[in-house]
Structure formats: C-alpha cells, structure tokens
Design a protein around this ligand. Sequence first.
Ligand SMILES: *Cc1c(COP(=O)(O)O)cnc(C)c1O
Length: 390
Amino acid sequence: MRRIYLDHSATTPVDPQVAELMMKYYVEFYGNPSSVHLYGREVRKALDEARTQVATLIGADQAEITFTSGGTEADNIAIQGAAKSRAKKGKHLITSAIEHHAVLDTCKYLAKNGYDLTILPVDEEGLVSVDELKKAIRPDTILVSIMHANNEVGSIQPIEEIGKITKELDILFHVDAVQSLGKCPIDVKAMNIDLLTISSHKIYGPKGVGALYIRKGVRISPLMFGGAQERKIRSGTENAPGIIGFGKACELSGQRMKSEIPYLTGLRDKLIDGIMSRIDNVKLNGPRGQKRLSNNVNVSINFIEGESLLLSLDMIGVAASSGSACTSGSLDPSHVLLAMGMSHEVAHGSLRLSLGKQNTDEDIEFVLEELPKIVDRLRVMSPLYNKTSC
Ligand SMILES: *Cc1c(COP(=O)(O)O)cnc(C)c1O
C-alpha cells in the first residue's frame, strides 16, 4: 500500500545523514564529555560544534544555547526558571490561549502557586493582538510567553513587534519556536527574544533533544540539580549523540530553508485550494498566505467527526492528525480551535495535514482524489448531515 506521511508537526523522520553521524557517537566516540581524557575531549569538541550549529540557525552565540531533553523541558525551564528568578520583581505572567500545553500548563501551574496569569485571547485566525498585549502589561509583569508559529493552525505571531515592547519595559520574553524553526527565519537578536525554545525531532533530528536559548546576561533558576552540566541550568550527563544529531539537523535545515519554504508553501496552497474547491461545507482554520506556516493545512469539515476521518485516511495509508497529537486520541476538542471562537461541534471535525520535505505533488493529488470520497461516505452515515439535508 502507498503510504503518505502528513503529520510532520507531530514529528519528522531522522535525516539519514543525521542518523549516520549519531551512530558514531554511540559506538565509537562514547566518552563522557566531562572526562578529561581523550575519550571525553573528542565528545566535548563535537558538542561545541553542535552548539555552534544550533546557535547559527537562530542568530545566537554558542554560549547562549542550553541543551535539554526536548521542547517540553525547554519551555518548563524557561517559564519556571524565569518566574522563580524574577519573583522579587513581580509575579505577573502573560501568555496566549493557543500555546502548546508545555507552555500553557506550566503557566497554569504557576498561577496555582502564587503567580498571577493573564491568558491573551486570539482572533478567529489564531493571531494575538499586540494592543491587547500592551493593555495586559502591569508594573509587576515579569514574563511574556508567546509562541512563534502555532502547531495546530500554523498562525505566525508578530514576534518582532512584541519583542520591542518587552525590551522597552524590561520584561522577559519567551518564545516557543518549535514549529517555526527551519520554516521561518529566526533572529533572536533582531526579534529581542530573551528565551527561545526549539526541538530536534520537528526538524529531522532525533527525539528527546531540544535547546533553550538564554540571552547573555539573563539569569534563570534551574529546575534540576546535579553535576552542573549546561552552565548549571540543566544538570545530567549530556545526551551527546542526540545533541550532535540535533546540531547536524540544524545545519542541514539552514541549508535547505531557502528552497524548502517556497516548496512547502506551493504544496500547502495546492492542498488548501483543492480541498476548498472539491468539498462543500469546509472551513480553513488559521490565516492564509504569509501569516501561515509553510507546511500547515488545517480544515474543519462540517458534519463529520475528525476521528472517523483520521481512521478512514489511515486505512488508505495517509497519516494525518486532528488538532495536535496530544489531543487526538482523547475526545476533548482542541483548545486552539475553541480559542479561535469555534463551536465544540465544528472543532471536533477538524483535520490537520502537515507537510514535510519528502512530500510530493503526487501525494497532494492522491489526497485530493481520495479525501472528497471519504467525506461523502462519512456524511451519508452522519446523522448531523442527514438532518440538515432533509
Ligand atoms: C512539539 C512541540 C513542543 C514539544 O516539544 P518536544 O520536543 O516534543 O517535547 C512544544 N511546543 C510546540 C509548539 C511543539 O509543536
């Protein structure tokens, strides 16, 4: 059977070049980078190189990169670490309603433990308003955490504008850039970002590795204590093969970016236009054009359940998602779609197709051929659809 993977926002395959390099650091160069002997030194050197590769992709200095076990951990260190270190200055945090749970739930945890939290709303395209943000800022605001690109609907937030405001008011600015890394240019300096979260497995690197950019001079408290690795922010023997693989994935991503963005954008728009013209009662979730992530398609197909749509697609070899990977599998509607003003019913019928570098024009044509048939079949069985049509 033909297999088409359209779930790259959940995870990506490891690039063979990355896997090959990693293998060497499992079996041949296995020293502990903290050791002084040659075994340790050769790994330390490779870690330094990886740090430079990661830093280069986001316009940072290598000393500003702290490796973590992934995006979730980087989000937690950034938010809890900043909240703790700045608690004397104030206890007010600002985030948005469409953040990844790693951000949203961390903020909510702090709100239950003595901090004040403002959750900014978004408009129907999933965009945060800079004016609303300005209005939410108080004298005791210590941290603003807004994601760069949304993982469900692909909306790209006005990060540079927000960075100007937080810089002027000396408020720490954290950005979850897990989805935008390699798909949007990121320059932490030009964007005035203090803390930036990235993850390896969304850019063709291994799972279980990520990084937190911490701007030089910004102090945050660690969550874990131990051997003082990663400038005491993240103790524990480094996942050297993973980090080295992540570094390589960043280098490759940087090289591909110029051609990959227009390539994915072309496939994305073909898929969006095809779905909109071939299926009735469909709504595109998220913005069109430049404000949308190059690889994201998210539609609500009325009168059917997202879950049954996913199962039908799976049966013909197409891997997709409804909302985010963490919420699909449960029957809770996506908090992102609800925040965009969608009803529970419509939010349940949403389908996310996220593209990757291996997808082709033929993949898109196959989906555009099969999806309308599946929708017709499911709608015939849907009590919702029948009621409205008679
Ligand atoms: C995937 C993702 C994360 C979590 O990263 P992990 O490395 O899987 O822990 C955080 N934020 C966003 C926006 C993501 O898409």
